[in-house]
Design a protein around this ligand. Structure first.
Ligand SMILES: Cc1cc2nc3c(=O)[nH]c(=O)nc-3n(C[C@H](O)[C@H](O)[C@H](O)COP(=O)(O)OP(=O)(O)OC[C@H]3O[C@@H](n4cnc5c(N)ncnc54)[C@H](O)[C@@H]3O)c2cc1C
Length: 456
């Protein structure tokens, strides 16, 4: 029987779990993971070695498999006995080890059917019989199907950075391993952003010995809320069926929270499985309004920090070490030993000049695919094989994960998983969605493989 080759660009959690599901589900496929990192499964999110960088949901929700909800909790019991329970917020490095162990086991079982090529995919071309996949290393692969699993993009370049700004002072991404290693323990640090990436940066800097002042600035200066784990749901619960109702529940929440378990969190968690359907139903005009007016508030309620992280952040704020600002930064000026950054404070006529030894862009992944520097995304767009989503976020993706070209044709060979589906979907970057997508896409491609191999 002819083997059906699937090339996956990206070996982070999405790409590695898709490969695992494919090889578990189908005897007819061969998988090539193209990923420049040495280890599969870690990607951007789980490569951190800082023990203060915790998962932002409890262990019981982080199984790698859609059909085995307790898989991660069992792995913890076996590999980290007595350290965690299902409601623990586990260090992301341990979660990376879990994914890596899971993926390695699947690779051993798959033998020669799963190959890892350390390179970037730089270009793809589709013909009637398959896909040519070009590699940054100069080689090429031939595939029956190709999957974009390139994950979280780097943040957009920050505006207002003068040419030739001294290296070692401005860091374009908090995921740059050098960004969180302070040059001196007392230097003032400015973080551009106040979301989960900025929270990671604060904790990483402190872990690496930084003791100076840290400023965090964003337009609204909103910090993510804290996760809380409840023993039992509250008796009265404001159900939410639309985004408007959800936000009303969320706004009413903090008041209820004092006496009734902070139930806006449950409202958000309950509506989450329906958010993609709600998003679709809004249409482009409604989605544009949500992005413009609601998204910052939705983000801080939906993407919450662990109780441990929330406590550390609250302690640093109370001690006056960490200051959050709402405002806009202006053009930075390089001084002898620092960068001077003007911050126009929101709702005030004041401009604060911050002199920081280190400035780190913590604005989170760039979602406008037209701006991405990833060679694969650029090539897909240039060839018209991928269509940017109407709101300048993400791409047009079919329900089964297939790319849609600029003529509106749904591809039968090019697919996507995880953050690459953003735009068409609004919930697609976290494990609960990724593991379902991995299972379903593996089943679709497995069925194509059996058809391709069937005697004619
Ligand atoms: C800091 C952080 C913390 C998070 N914490 C959580 C959490 O606690 N819980 C949760 O559910 N979700 C969390 N997430 C969400 C996260 O997006 C998913 O859990 C998951 O890690 C996404 O995996 P991925 O493989 O799609 O993306 P990534 O992890 O970004 O991996 C993509 C991979 O693709 C490779 N790549 C890129 N371009 C190419 C190319 N052209 N060719 C070949 N390879 C390429 C990259 O090298 C990278 O390894 C977090 C995300 C981040 C960034």
């Amino acid at each position: 029987m002819r083997e059906f080759t699937i090339v996956i660009a990206g070996g982070g959690a999405s790409g590695a779990l898709l490969a695992t599901e494919l090889l578990r589900q189908s005897p007819d496929v061969r998988v090539v993971s193209v990923e420049p990192r040495e280890r599969l499964g870690f990607g951007t999110a789980y490569s951190t070695e800082c023990p203060l960088h915790l998962l932002n949901v409890p262990a019981e929700r982080m199984s790698a498999f859609a059909d085995d909800a307790a898989h991660f909790v069992r792995w913890l019991d076996e590999n980290q006995p007595g350290r965690f329970d299902p409601r623990s917020f586990v260090p992301r490095s341990i979660y990376g080890a879990y994914l890596s162990a899971t993926v390695s086991q699947a690779r051993i079982a798959a033998g020669a059917r799963w190959r890892h090529v350390r390179a970037l995919v730089s270009d793809v071309a589709v013909d009637e019989f398959g896909v040519d996949v070009m590699l940054s290393s100069g080689g090429a692969l031939r595939a029956d199907a190709f999957v974009v699993a390139t994950g979280n993009a780097d943040p957009a370049p920050w505006r207002g950075i003068p040419e030739g700004l001294g290296a070692g002072r401005f860091f374009g991404s908090a995921w740059d391993p050098e960004a969180l290693v302070p040059a001196s323990r007392d230097e003032t640090v400015l973080l551009l952003g106040t979301g989960l990436t900025a929270i990671d940066a604060v904790l990483g800097l402190r872990y690496n010995g930084h003791r100076g002042t840290i400023y965090m600035v964003s337009r609204r200066g909103l910090l993510p809320h804290e996760h809380r784990v409840f023993d039992a749901p509250p008796a009265t619960f404001p159900d939410a069926h639309t985004i408007r109702e959800l936000m009303a529940a969320a706004r009413g929440g903090p008041r209820d929270a004092r006496g009734a378990h902070g139930n806006w969190r449950l409202a958000i968690d309950r509506v989450r499985p329906r958010v993609n359907a709600l998003w679709k139903a809004l249409g482009i005009a409604g989605q544009r309004r949500v992005v413009r007016h609601l998204m910052p508030y939705w983000s801080v309620h939906r993407h919450r920090m662990s109780p441990e992280a929330a406590k550390s952040i609250a302690d640093l704020i109370a001690a006056g070490v960490l200051r959050t600002l709402a405002g806009r930064t202006g053009r930075m000026v390089a001084m002898e030993r620092s960068l001077r950054v003007p911050v126009e404070l929101r709702g005030e006529e004041t401009t604060l000049a911050i002199e920081a030894g280190r400035v780190i862009n913590c604005s989170g992944p760039e979602h406008n695919f037209r701006k991405l520097r990833n060679p694969l995304i650029r090539s897909l767009l240039a060839r018209g094989l991928m269509t940017p989503y109407a709101l300048d976020i993400g791409a047009e993706i079919a329900d089964n994960g297939a790319l849609i070209d600029t003529d509106g044709q749904v591809s039968t060979r090019l697919f996507s998983i995880g953050p690459a589906r953003f735009g068409t979907l609004i919930e697609t970057t976290a494990m609960p969605e990724i593991r379902v997508q991995a299972r379903d896409l593996a089943s679709l491609l497995g069925a194509r493989a059996s058809l391709a191999g069937a005697p004619v």
